[in-house]
Design a binder for this molecule. Structure first.
Ligand SMILES: [Fe+2]
Ligand SMILES: [Fe+2]
Length: 283
C-alpha cells in the first residue's frame, strides 16, 4: 500500500510558510509516499492581477519542503513568470486546454519503492470557460499510459479537477470508475465534507480546500472582491491577501493495486503551530 498526501491551493507567502513549517511532520506522521500540491495561487508578490500564479523561487521552496509535483488551474499562467515556470516538468497545468498553451497537463511521480503514480490536472468550464471537454481528454491520457493493460506505464492514476461544479467532478469520477484511483477537486478553496470512496475504488472529495490565510474570501482580502463584483466596469481593484489565521486543507489517500482503499481529510489551523511562528505570521 502507498499513501498520497495532496494539499489544496496554496495561497501566497502565509500559505507557503505554514506548509514549510508543517509538511515535514505531516509526511513523517502519515508515511506519505507521494506529496502533491495545487500551487496556482503561490505567487508571493503584489501584481496587478493579484498575488496569483507561481514563481520559480516559491516553487523551489515548495519542492525543498517535500512536494514532488504541483498542479494548477485558471491562475497557472498569471504573474511575470507564468510561462517560464512551466518549463519545469514538476509543474502541471490543466491538460484540457489548447496544446499551444505553455506547460503539460500530466506527469508521473514514483515512490521510493518504485510505485508509479500518473497525475492528471483537469479544469472545469466554471474555472476556464474555454477548456476542452475533460472526458475525452482524460480518456486519451489513460490510453497514452496504457492504463488497464499489462504494459501500463503507471500503477495508479490521480486526477486534480480544478473547477466549481460538484456535478462535473463527481460525474467524471464515476465515469472512470475502476480506471482511476482518485479524483479530487480544487479551485473553490472551500474544504468539503464529502471525502469518501466511490464504487470501483475511486477516492473522491469535491474540494480539498486551501492552504492559506483565513478571515477573507478564498484567502484574499474581501474588499477587492466586493469592489470588483459590484462595479465590474471600473478598473480592477488589485487583490490582496487576507490577514486571518492560516489554515491547511489536504487529503490523505491510501492506494493499493491501482485503486484507492481509503481517503481522509487532513486539516490544520494556525493555532497548531508554535507560538513564535504564530507571531511571525500575523504581525
Ligand atoms: Fe486557487
Ligand atoms: Fe482556481
Amino acid at each position: 500500500m502507498t499513501t498520497l498526501l495532496f494539499i489544496g491551493d496554496i495561497v501566497g507567502e502565509p500559505g507557503l510558510r505554514f506548509l514549510e513549517t508543517n509538511l515535514p511532520e505531516l509526511i513523517q506522521m502519515h508515511n506519505a509516499d507521494f506529496v502533491i500540491a495545487n500551487a496556482e495561487n503561490l505567487h508571493l508578490e503584489d501584481h496587478p492581477n493579484g498575488p496569483c500564479g507561481m514563481t520559480a523561487s516559491a516553487l523551489a521552496r515548495l519542492f525543498a519542503a517535500g512536494v514532488q509535483l504541483v498542479t494548477g488551474g485558471n491562475h497557472s499562467w498569471d504573474g511575470p513568470e507564468g510561462a517560464t515556470v512551466h518549463d519545469d516538468p514538476r509543474v502541471l497545468r490543466p491538460l484540457n486546454v489548447s496544446s499551444s498553451t505553455p506547460g503539460r497537463g500530466a506527469g508521473i511521480v514514483s515512490s521510493r519503492g518504485g510505485v508509479r503514480l500518473g497525475v492528471v490536472n483537469l479544469a472545469g468550464r466554471s474555472a476556464i470557460p474555454t477548456v476542452i471537454d475533460p472526458f475525452p481528454v482524460l480518456e486519451a491520457q489513460l490510453q497514452i499510459w496504457g492504463v488497464g493493460t499489462d504494459t501500463s506505464s503507471v500503477d495508479a492514476v490521480f486526477v486534480d479537477h480544478h473547477g466549481e461544479s460538484v456535478f462535473e467532478k463527481v460525474t467524471l469520477a464515476h465515469a472512470f470508475s475502476g480506471r482511476i484511483a482518485a479524483l479530487v477537486g480544487t479551485h473553490t478553496h472551500v474544504p468539503t465534507m464529502d471525502a469518501g470512496l466511490l464504487p470501483g475504488g475511486v477516492a473522491f472529495v469535491s474540494d480539498v480546500g486551501m492552504t492559506g490565510p483565513g478571515g477573507g474570501a478564498q484567502g484574499y482580502d474581501p474588499a477587492s472582491f466586493v469592489q470588483n463584483l459590484r462595479f465590474p466596469n471600473d478598473a480592477r481593484t488589485p487583490m490582496r491577501l487576507a490577514s486571518g489565521a492560516v489554515e491547511l486543507g489536504a487529503v490523505l489517500i491510501r492506494l493499493e493495486g491501482g485503486k484507492a482503499v481509503g481517503i481522509e481529510r487532513v486539516n490544520l489551523q494556525q493555532s497548531a503551530v508554535q507560538p513564535s511562528a504564530i507571531l511571525e505570521l500575523t504581525r
